[in-house]
Ligand binder design. Structure first.
Ligand code: ADP
Ligand code: MG
Length: 253
């Protein structure tokens, strides 16, 4: 049987040369499913996302991350992207002087073989479909990446990238933070448009709000650097109503 999962196995990690943050994270996201990772502030959710992306600020001391059997930790950050991982962050960067359209074309071609650059027509059709899925105006494509973008526009741009780049797995960290409900709906629309048998996602979120619009196939709960429980989508609502102390009590954390 071929392995079509993103698997995090017994992952321990610390701030480089410092404090331990992750204490044995176990988590599996099968391709074709959208999972949520919830947990109180400071539990290590963003640290996990940054380690998956290859942030050198952290040191993995034990465990592994396997992308369909491939050892992610042995890959450089750009190789991780080419292997099919997409990371959206809490604070997206600005790239002055590079339009969204050009950025996306470069990023797409970087993921393909040198003699297999995407055709102009194919590229623009992909872009148009993605822009339409997000109810966005095509003029956005000529603007410089994230330059002068509002928080909501940056998020929309990240989701646009996701739709165009078509990664195997996406990790979206706190995509609901600071978004008004309209922007949240647009983000959800994009993620839901990406949903399908070829796409897996891990949505990292503190609150249940985003999950009103993106119904997860499964929910994992992180407390103090470990996934302490997981369950169906109803778990997210339960957490929203009862708070995290209830989980802490259940697991004795
Ligand atoms: P979450 O995203 O679940 O809120 P984080 O992963 O951001 O949690 O943080 C987990 C803990 O690790 C927090 O106590 C945070 O202060 C600490 N931490 C994470 N990264 C660093 C860092 N680079 N330097 C110092 N402390 C950090
Ligand atoms: Mg965080």
């Amino acid at each position: 049987m071929s392995d079509t999962t993103l698997e995090i196995r017994n992952l321990h990690a610390r701030i480089a040369g410092g404090e331990t943050i992750l204490r044995g994270v176990d988590l599996v996201v099968p391709r074709g499913e959208v999972h949520a990772l919830m947990g109180p502030n400071g539990s290590g959710k963003s640290t996990l996302a940054k380690i998956i992306a290859g942030d050198p600020a952290y040191e993995v001391t034990d465990g592994e991350i396997l992308l369909e059997g491939e050892d992610v930790l042995a890959l450089e950050p750009d190789e991780r992207a080419r292997a099919g991982l997409y990371l959206a962050f809490q604070y997206p960067v600005e790239v002055p002087g590079v339009s969204i359209a050009n950025f996306l074309r470069l990023a797409l071609n970087a993921r393909r073989d040198e003699d297999d650059e995407i055709g102009v027509m194919e590229f623009y059709q992909k872009l148009q479909r993605a822009v339409a899925a997000l109810d966005w105006d095509e003029s956005i494509l000529e603007r410089n990446l994230h330059e002068g973008f509002s928080g909501g526009e940056k998020k929309r741009s990240e989701i646009l990238q996701l739709l165009v780049l078509e990664p195997k797995y996406a990790i979206l960290d706190e995509t609901d933070s600071g978004l008004d409900v309209d922007a949240l709906k647009v983000v959800a629309k994009g993620v839901n448009a990406a949903r399908g048998p070829e796409f897996g996602a891990l949505l990292i979120t503190h609150y249940q709000r985003l999950l009103n619009y993106i119904v997860p196939d499964r929910v994992h709960v992180m407390v103090q650097g470990r996934v302490v429980t997981e369950g169906p989508k109803e778990l997210a609502m339960e957490l929203d109503q009862k708070g995290y102390d209830w989980v802490r009590e259940q697991v004795g954390a």
